[in-house]
Design a protein around this ligand. Structure first.
Ligand SMILES: NC(=O)c1ccc[n+]([C@@H]2O[C@H](COP(=O)([O-])OP(=O)(O)OC[C@H]3O[C@@H](n4cnc5c(N)ncnc54)[C@H](O)[C@@H]3O)[C@@H](O)[C@H]2O)c1
Length: 417
């Protein structure tokens, strides 16, 4: 079988990651077109993949003005720029791998699912957590009845203090008007994951949350607009010098440093801290993304789940407890502890045992596992290989929109698909 041909729309961080899959597994996929406005990113991707000049575009609209060039398109533009290209490329008959969130409004999510369903193309959303070996193992155990019926779930997303500062205070997802709200930008993964594990529809949600800490009134005395000018920077855990230059000095040049600048030398990063958004004091940014939020969910059959997202932790994999009628599962992204009520024994299971190496990709291996499932689905024309298809992804997005409405309006909100 020839490799699946791909067009990358948005050659930023995620686009480069998916293109990287094609470089690592050339028998599975080939990148033959790119659309990207940033010249350096565009020419780097074109050169790396030997893309013909006529297939190199500076805007996805130029690519969409042409007849279909590739089997599939990978859409990795920013959140607010997902729906239009998804609808346009579905209309041209491209199979689509679309990064999460599907879109930033409920109406646009419905527009995307309508377009891909009508076009009959294969569609996968970037809900990478569904694809990890860990999740597959958990889901397999639940489906095989290891803990009886799942009655409730307790799920924690420990975002991490520096990741919060990077993405949701200084960075791309700091401001809800410019990108999207926290629950959609980050935790849409988690509500989707809870829905997947529960295996039932969510009926009602309730949510509370706030931007508690990263506000001007918490700026320490003596602090400045930028960390490079700050007299108390050394006492601040959120110091950009610590977070970025600390990593560069330790020899780390990948994410998150690579987001600041293409020049990841100490000089290049210092310049970015001096001039760009990532050098700003975390107490003096134009941010409104929440730093803590909880969601309570009621599922079909009176089952329940709780979700906590918080910035205030060192940052680690998600932690979950799944409570069943015959046992409990507890997991940290790597190990699953299975307690059986009949034997009163607890067994620890290494969920990543037997990995073929794709586990080393991001999100606990979910990035490459999703890419693989999508490419196999396209190759075999088999949407069943996709764990995050249009309708279930729509449903979990509707949970997210309902939860945010609940937080803002202070009431329980029904989820209606
Ligand atoms: N699945 C996950 O776990 C996960 C993780 C991180 C990010 N994401 C999502 O992936 C998406 C991309 O995030 P990122 O970190 O790669 O962002 P990024 O900013 O690095 O990349 C987006 C790219 O789109 C390009 N772009 C802008 N306008 C364009 C246009 N008209 N045509 C073509 N390209 C255009 C930008 O220049 C940029 O290079 C976001 O929606 C984000 O929420 C998903």
């Amino acid at each position: 079988m020839p490799p699946v041909t791909l067009m990358i729309v948005g050659a930023g961080d995620r686009g480069s990651m998916y293109a990287g899959y094609a470089r690592r597994f050339p028998e599975a996929a080939r990148v033959i077109a790119v659309a990207e406005p940033r010249e350096a990113r565009r020419s780097r991707m074109a050169a790396r993949h030997g893309i013909a000049p006529q297939n190199v575009f500076s805007d996805w609209r130029d690519a969409a003005a042409r007849a279909r060039l590739a089997d599939a398109v990978v859409i990795t533009t920013q959140d607010a720029m997902h729906a239009d290209p998804a609808v346009a490329f579905a209309g041209l008959g491209y199979h689509i791998l679309l990064e999460k969130p599907m879109a930033t409004t409920e109406a646009d999510c419905r527009r995307v699912t309508g377009a891909v369903t009508e076009a009959g193309v294969i569609f996968a959303l970037g809900h990478v957590l569904r694809y990890t070996l860990y999740t597959r193992r958990l889901k397999q155990m639940i489906d095989s009845g290891a803990i009886g019926e799942v009655v409730s779930i307790q799920h924690l997303e420990p975002v991490g203090y520096w990741h919060q500062a990077h993405s949701f205070v200084r960075g791309n997802w700091r401001n809800t008007r410019q990108s999207s709200f926290m629950l959609l930008a980050k935790s849409c993964h988690d509500l989707d994951w809870i829905r997947h594990i529960m295996g039932a529809a969510c009926l009602r949600v309730s949510s509370f949350g706030s931007l508690r800490h990263f506000r001007p009134e918490f700026a320490p005395a003596g602090s400045a607009e930028r960390c490079l000018d700050c007299s108390v920077e050394k006492a601040c855990p959120y110091s950009a010098i610590k977070i970025y230059l600390g990593r560069v000095r330790a020899g780390h040049r990948g994410w998150p440093v690579s987001v600041l600048t293409d020049d990841t030398t100490e000089e290049g990063v210092t310049k970015a801290l001096r001039e760009g958004p990532y050098g700003r004091c975390v107490y003096r940014c134009d941010n409104d993304a929440v730093d803590n939020q909880v969601v309570i969910m009621e599922f079909e059959g009176g089952r329940t789940a709780t979700f906590t997202m918080t910035a205030f932790n060192p940052g680690s994999d998600r932690k979950t407890r799944i409570f069943g009628t015959r046992g409990q599962l507890e997991g940290d992204g790597n190990t699953i502890w299975h307690s059986d009520f009949l034997t009163d024994k607890t067994e620890a299971i290494d969920a990543n045992a037997g990995s073929d190496g794709t586990i080393r990709s991001g999100h606990g291996g979910g990035d490459y596992q999703l890419a693989r499932s999508f490419l196999e689905a396209v190759r075999d024309e088999d949407p069943a290989k996709i764990l995050s298809g249009p309708m279930e992804s729509l449903e979990s997005h509707l949970m997210v929109f309902a939860a945010e409405r609940s937080r803002l309006e202070g009431r329980i909100v029904e989820v209606s698909v």
